[in-house]
Design a protein around this ligand. Structure first.
Ligand code: SF4
Length: 203
């Protein structure tokens, strides 16, 4: 079932969903399991919303009440980089003081054919990269990206974000992986200057 759920609340945060495109096919992706996330309406978009549709949707909300506004949804937000940046800039004028975060697979450089860390970090406070595993083999098995150099590109993107010095950079894994993979993932994150966050499967 398709609908137009552009934004949805999870706890004290607001999540934004504006693309279903993604260069990965993660084995654990909630897109494989259900139409919605966390009790939201279905997140498969009937079409990709325009800036006007996104801002019209957001203007219905009291934006200043949220702890964080998160670019996430049923797809990879950097697949629509222009819309992502413009929406973040617009939010800066409407929800001043609210933290902006992106949950990304870290493959935005490959998707866009250039380094995007500087422009992303100029508007987003927290960059959260899905690391998913501690080794390349496991990462490729779990994430199933369409790019052969995804593991390397994801790490370069993360290091570039850290180097900007303007955003908090976190890498995440889900607690379904082994303790060895978690420790290997921690070493990868720390080598890039990022923090590791171990998320619960249903978070
Ligand atoms: S990167 Fe995210 S949206 Fe894409 S397949 Fe993986 S979990 Fe799903």
């Amino acid at each position: 079932m398709k609908a137009m759920t552009i934004s949805y609340e999870v706890g004290s945060n607001l999540y934004l969903n504006f693309t279903n495109q993604c260069p990965c096919a993660c084995t654990f992706c909630i897109r494989n399991n259900a139409d919605g996330a966390y009790g939201s309406d279905p997140l498969w978009l009937e079409h990709e919303p325009s800036m006007d549709e996104i801002t019209a949707d957001l203007l219905k909300r009291d934006l200043s009440k949220y702890s964080e506004i998160v670019f996430c949804g049923y797809g990879e937000p950097t697949c629509r980089l222009d819309v992502l940046i413009k929406t973040a800039e617009w939010l800066r004028t409407k929800a001043d003081g609210v933290k902006l975060r992106i949950n990304t697979n870290g493959l935005g450089d490959l998707v866009n054919g250039r380094s995007i860390a500087a422009e992303l970090c100029s508007v987003i406070d927290v960059i959260s990269v899905s690391l998913n595993a501690g080794t390349k083999d496991e990462y490729m098995n779990v994430t199933r990206p369409k790019f052969e150099n995804a593991w390397e590109a994801m790490q370069k993107f993360t290091a570039d974000c850290v180097k900007t010095g303007s955003s908090e950079v976190v890498m995440s894994v889900v607690d379904v992986i082994s303790a060895e993979q978690i420790e290997a993932a921690r070493a990868v994150a720390e080598s890039l200057g990022a923090k590791l966050r171990v998320r619960k499967y249903d978070e």
